[in-house]
Design a protein around this ligand. Structure first.
Ligand SMILES: NC(=O)c1ccc[n+]([C@@H]2O[C@H](COP(=O)([O-])OP(=O)(O)OC[C@H]3O[C@@H](n4cnc5c(N)ncnc54)[C@H](O)[C@@H]3O)[C@@H](O)[C@H]2O)c1
Length: 417
């Protein structure tokens, strides 16, 4: 098949390569000239296991361009961010506008980007219908094939995960299945477009709601004087219970984002409440800090506070939607003197230091904001000696198995000490 992939980012580029390796004739399109040039000269490679080998075996069948061209199948993999907590469909619409003049009878348009319910038809289908004389599901076909690959294991998961194929016509399902079965080893699960859209959004929304429940248990446990980790570990011994982990906030480009696509324009009170609970956790973490500083006879105003971790999850260099950003904002609003440490993150909204010794020098408090493995090995006695008297730790990830004796220690969901 001739396939035109729109959006050569973290998902679109490896997907285009997998299609090219399977023998399809692939034109990849991106609005970034730099990205297009770097792909064509082989200098843009994803830092993912197996990507280099994939690219080497795919490159003879793939070319990157700045404008789309006629194809049998168009695959849209452009960003779908939030703007003021509202889904921003503008990239998807702009991609649909760009391919509309090229779509011909019997073509298939696949949307891989995460979207709100009905967007496959209402954004892409309508735009193409309005710009051509073609009718969706009659003259050309639409499909939604959401992506669920995990950064760090991307290529393996793109190939091996089960995939949802949503299309409202038999022909749309058939062509999409033919294309994806050429490079996917997982099961291809056929359904309608809206079901596919909602199923994709349900995956990360389930995790958001589960984390919110864990956070609610943490807040209850603090009031009841019990330990939330013990509560959850005991409850999870039930063979059908799997409560997630509470913490200082939820980050990443999926779990804090996807629920907003599901609730947009819908009556979904449980999901909305879960978002509110999760988004309140940075504020709660700072309340624990204020309380601990108060016990040390200090104020949060002017205190030097070190945040350990800018990444949104342990042992990665990815800080997208990291709750550390919210923690910094709140601390800055209190006029604290904030230092962010991370051993891996290079790009963050605030300066990041990688030397922990200088970061904690003269500090009053530490907040553990990311459970990096490196932080489990810290010699807290040595660190305490570099800090001011009555040093404080607020463990936002329940990383430490016990409170270091040199510190006033508080953690999420544990009895206030
Ligand atoms: N990254 C993930 O792990 C992941 C996982 C599941 C789902 N998704 C979803 O996949 C979609 C793509 O995400 P990503 O991580 O690949 O994004 P990305 O930001 O890495 O890449 C998107 C690319 O699209 C390009 N682009 C933007 N508008 C364009 C246009 N009109 N025409 C051509 N190119 C355009 C950008 O220049 C960029 O190179 C999003 O909807 C995302 O939610 C991502």
């Amino acid at each position: 098949m001739k396939v035109c992939v729109i959006g050569l980012g973290y998902i679109g580029f490896p997907t285009a390569c997998l299609m090219a390796r399977a023998g399809h004739n692939v034109v990849g399109v991106d609005i970034s000239e730099e990205r297009v040039n770097n792909i064509n000269n082989g200098s843009f490679l994803l830092n993912e296991p197996g990507f280099k080998e994939l690219f080497d075996s795919a490159k003879k069948n793939i070319v990157a361009k700045m404008n789309p061209e006629k194809a049998d199948v168009f695959v849209i993999c452009v960003p779908t961010p939030l703007k003021n907590k509202t889904p921003d469909n503008s990239y998807v619409e702009s991609a649909a506008n760009a391919i509309a003049p090229l779509v011909e009878k019997e073509n298939l348009v696949i949307l891989e980007s995460t979207v709100m319910p009905k967007a496959t038809h209402e954004s892409i289908g309508k735009i193409i219908e309005n710009k051509t004389s073609l009718k969706a599901d009659t003259d050309f076909y639409l499909a939604h094939c959401p992506e669920r690959a995990f950064p760090g294991n991307l290529i393996f998961e793109l190939v091996n995960n089960d995939r949802i194929i949503g299309s409202d016509t038999e022909k749309g399902k058939e062509i999409t299945k033919e294309l994806y079965s050429s490079f996917c080893k997982g099961n291809l699960l056929l359904t309608g477009t809206v079901t596919a859209e909602v199923a994709k959004l349900s995956e990360n929304t389930f995790r958001s709601v589960n984390i919110a429940f864990a956070n609610e248990l943490a807040l209850l446990s603090e009031k009841l004087g019990i330990n939330v980790e013990e509560v959850i570990s005991l409850a999870n011994k039930h063979p059908r219970v799997n409560i997630h982990t509470p913490g200082a906030g939820v980050g990443g480009h999926c779990i804090p984002v996807d629920p907003y696509f599901l609730v947009h324009g819908q009556n979904a009170p449980l999901v909305k409440t879960a978002l509110e609970i999760n988004e309140s956790m940075p504020k709660h973490t700072i309340a624990l800090l204020k309380n601990a500083l108060h016990s040390a006879g200090k104020n949060i105003e002017g205190a030097k506070v070190v945040l350990l971790g800018a990444a949104y999850k342990p042992d990665v260099d990815d800080a997208r939607e990291s709750p550390t950003e919210k923690l910094v904002e709140i601390l800055v609003s209190y006029k604290s003197n904030v230092v962010v440490h991370d051993p891996l993150v290079k790009r963050f909204a605030y300066p990041v230091v990688s030397d922990i010794g200088s970061a904690v020098d003269g500090a009053d408090a530490i907040i553990i904001s990311t459970a990096h493995s490196e932080y489990k090995k810290i010699d807290w006695n040595r660190i305490s000696k570099k800090m001011n008297v009555k040093p404080v730790i607020v463990d936002g990830r329940n990383l430490l198995s016990s409170a270091p004796p040199e510190f006033i220690y508080k953690s999420i969901g544990n009895p206030v000490q």
